[in-house]
Write a protein that binds this ligand. Structure first.
Ligand SMILES: [Zn+2]
Length: 116
């Protein structure tokens, strides 16, 4: 949980608490920084190959398939990576005025330049 607060010139205390969501991947995933070469010498990186479905998934299992070069269709095996440290992304926020929860519109009305 991230939180911050400040007191404005009227003495009101404005606060925000933001939930932090753990997005650490315990399984290997495609390394977004991987660069390789396919069998026909085409440089491969994120955006130069696409996923091809071999076996469609269902509600419980994802599609199974492989990756192919956008130019020639050669199979591409992107490099994988895993997270070695926990990663978090910002989740929902709750806003407070003098300790009482308020709708984000209250914040926007008081601070039109706020980026919420
Ligand atoms: Zn290719």
């Amino acid at each position: 949980m991230n939180s911050s607060s400040f007191r404005d010139t009227n003495g009101d205390v404005w606060s925000v608490e933001r939930e932090m969501i753990d997005v650490t991947m315990s399984l290997p995933y495609i390394n977004p920084n991987w660069v390789g070469v396919d069998a026909n010498g085409h440089e491969q990186r994120t955006g130069t190959y696409h996923f091809v479905v071999d076996t469609p998934g269902d509600d419980e299992w994802p599609d199974e398939g492989h990756y192919e070069c956008d130019l020639c269709g050669a199979e591409v095996k992107p490099g994988l990576t895993t997270d070695c440290v926990r990663r978090f992304i910002p989740g929902l926020a709750t806003y407070y005025l003098n300790g009482e929860p308020v709708h984000p519109d209250v914040i926007r009305a008081r601070f039109p330049d706020a980026n919420i």
